[in-house]
Design a protein around this ligand. Structure first.
Ligand code: ZN
Length: 344
């Protein structure tokens, strides 16, 4: 029975809002440099990049209510604990790209490895998320596809070029902005190494190198390092210019391999991050370079995904005809005006 009570899923934010906003704005900058079609011109207005950057913070804000319905859907989208896959005989190379297929694969793997891996605590796991290592790569690919679809709808409306549809165009621009924001959030989470590991709030289990077990390390990476080293948009731009991240352009039809590579790059930085924390270098120049590189990797990959989604969303004549057939558009009625009152 579903218990409609507070879910106590662990709070695993990645980057506080300033980090997510900075990644988004640089991703949009890269998109605008490459995509110069007039159809994307509306986004060049500064306000849209500010708004999209704010929308990128929404998936974390969805934790501000205690709903198991939303927590079950949303919380595991922010991470993937790669070590949990290994324990179950799975890997980044063998997990299913489609969400429900992955869930089924996990169930079979757990049945084959009784007592291994995550053991949900029924008292606290009201959102029933403990059994899952996370759905971060699926969330990225699903939000990418939503952006592709919203871009296509917008471009259909641009082809129709009907002034009477201006409200429709505005609504779809808002949908594009929301999809760009959501995609940015999960790409940004992925660039934070602690979102790819079971050691997300301090080292757990065997600890031969004596890494910190304190929960605070997560908040330190999310926010304190950015504040201490003054890392924002300028730092990301400088980092990309000085040393462009080695990111392959995603296949627009199947971004999964590129998303897995994004997770691998981040996961490879888990232990180096703990080493920086242990040595104290996290708060010195090596720490600033490390965090800048992670933010730049996220922003750069995001820009690549935005570009791929745009380039693969040009509508055909058939797309336009199908849209018109089912849209049933009629111009909205003019606002009612009341007749002036007659003086008595
Ligand atoms: Zn998140």
């Amino acid at each position: 029975m579903l218990v409609l009570a507070a879910s106590t899923g662990s709070l695993a934010f990645a980057w506080d809002a300033p980090g997510h906003r900075a990644i988004t704005r640089i991703g949009i900058e890269q998109f605008r440099e490459k995509v110069t079609d007039s159809g994307a011109g509306w986004m060049a207005e500064e306000d849209w990049s500010i708004q999209i950057a704010d929308l990128a913070t929404m998936p974390d804000r969805w934790r501000n209510i205690k709903s198991p319905f939303l927590a079950h859907l949303n919380n595991p989208d922010h991470y993937l604990d790669v070590e949990d896959l290994t324990e179950l005989g799975l890997s980044l190379q063998t997990i299913e790209p489609l969400r429900h297929e992955f869930a089924a694969q996990l169930r079979l793997a757990r049945d084959a490895h009784p007592g291994v891996g995550r053991q949900p605590n029924p008292k606290f796991d009201t959102a029933k998320t403990d059994a899952y290592p996370g759905f971060l790569p699926q969330a990225i690919c699903e939000n990418y596809a939503k952006l592709q679809s919203n871009f296509k709808t917008l471009r259909v409306l641009e082809k129709l070029n009907d002034p009477a549809r201006k409200n429709e165009v505005q609504a779809v621009r808002m949908a594009v902005a929301m999809a760009m924001g959501s995609l940015s959030h999960f790409v940004g989470d992925c660039a934070q190494p602690l979102h790819t590991t079971r050691h997300h709030h301090g080292w757990v289990g065997e600890n031969p190198n004596d890494y910190t077990t304190k929960k605070e390390i997560h908040a330190q990476i999310d926010a304190e390092t950015l504040r201490k080293h003054n890392l924002g948009e300028d730092a990301i731009r400088a980092r990309i210019k000085a040393s462009p991240p080695d990111v392959d352009a995603p296949d627009p039809v199947n971004p999964w391999p590129a998303v897995i590579a994004h997770i691998e790059r981040s996961h490879a930085q888990v232990e180096p991050l703990y080493q920086l924390e242990k040595s104290g270098d996290l708060w010195k120049a090596p720490g600033a370079a490390f965090i800048s590189e992670r933010l730049a990797d996220g922003a750069n990959f995001l820009g690549e995904l935005y570009i791929a989604a745009w380039e693969s969303s040009a509508p055909s004549d058939d797309d336009v005809a199908i849209f018109v057939k089912y849209d049933g558009f009629t111009p909205p009625p003019a606002p009612a005006t009341s007749a002036p009152k007659q003086p008595r």
